[in-house]
Ligand binder design. Structure first.
Ligand SMILES: CC(C)(COP(=O)(O)OP(=O)(O)OC[C@H]1O[C@@H](n2cnc3c(N)ncnc32)[C@H](O)[C@@H]1OP(=O)(O)O)[C@@H](O)C(=O)NCCC(=O)NCCS
Length: 221
């Protein structure tokens, strides 16, 4: 509470052309994800992550400060039509597959090693996710813009969006190496704790994963 956003902050929808900048922020704030890669491959792998998150989200917003991208939030709100959601996802799959095959996300050989931990991750998250209609998929603020209320503002806007879809709760998967305290401060409560398969694989040691849930006040729905 009580933050003053010194730079002028505005918000706009994420576009395809923002991929590199957003991947750059990802590289800065999620070092573990790319820790098994080096050089140019680091940003390529993060582009793959951002594109992967793009596929499963239907809300993508950026915070702009001093004319540059300062933060991003991708989320998913279950729509009334599951079919539309599936079609939107399928529409992007050919593009992602081509980018993967062209090596735009890094060495295919190395990435294939991530397949097992990724599938395991999906299984574990599915088991530890509260039933809900909205989810935070990707959330980051560039280090130089952290701590001045941009994260809170991005989350407020996603919550507001979810409320227009009459959503009862929002969930988010995170882990002990990320800023999970943000969610606690924001009013989310811890729903589950588990060994995070993907982060543990990246770190080569056991990493605790968490899911958090924010129950939206009935009066606002
Ligand atoms: C999580 C993140 C997006 C928050 O963005 P931010 O713009 O720095 O957050 P804000 O400035 O809006 O701060 C939000 C709240 O967190 C609190 N906070 C900030 N830094 C904190 C810290 N190191 N420890 C505890 N609380 C902290 C603030 O006081 C604020 O609470 P308040 O509004 O009640 O005072 C950002 O820290 C980040 O990108 N982290 C790395 C990536 C990550 O872990 N993403 C989310 C997990 S998947």
């Amino acid at each position: 509470m009580g933050h003053t956003m010194n730079p002028e902050v505005s918000f706009r929808a994420y576009q395809e052309a923002d991929l590199s900048v957003c991947a750059g922020i990802g590289v800065e704030v999620f070092p573990l994800v790319t820790s098994r890669f080096s050089g140019k491959e680091v940003s390529k792998v993060m582009k793959g992550q951002v594109d992967g998150c793009h596929v499963v989200s239907n809300y993508r917003e950026l915070a702009i400060a001093d004319g540059e991208v300062a933060g991003l939030i991708f989320g998913r709100v279950k729509r009334r039509s599951v079919l539309i959601d599936i079609c939107r996802t399928l529409k992007r799959l050919p593009l992602i597959s081509v980018r993967f095959l062209l090596g735009m996300y890094g060495s295919r050989r190395k990435l294939i090693r991530f397949l097992n931990p990724c599938l395991e991750q999906l299984r574990v998250l599915r088991k530890n996710r509260p039933a809900g209609e909205a989810e935070v998929v990707l959330f980051a603020v560039a280090p130089k813009y952290q701590g001045i209320g941009i994260g809170r503002a991005l989350m407020d806007r996603f919550v507001h969006h979810a409320l227009t879809y009459k959503v009862k709760s929002i969930s988010v998967p995170t882990d002990e190496t990320a800023s999970f305290w943000f969610y606690e401060r924001y009013g989310f409560r811890r729903w589950a704790e588990f060994k995070d398969p993907l982060e543990s694989y990246c770190a080569d040691r056991p990493i605790k994963g968490f899911t958090y849930q924010l129950v939206l006040p009935e009066a606002n729905r």
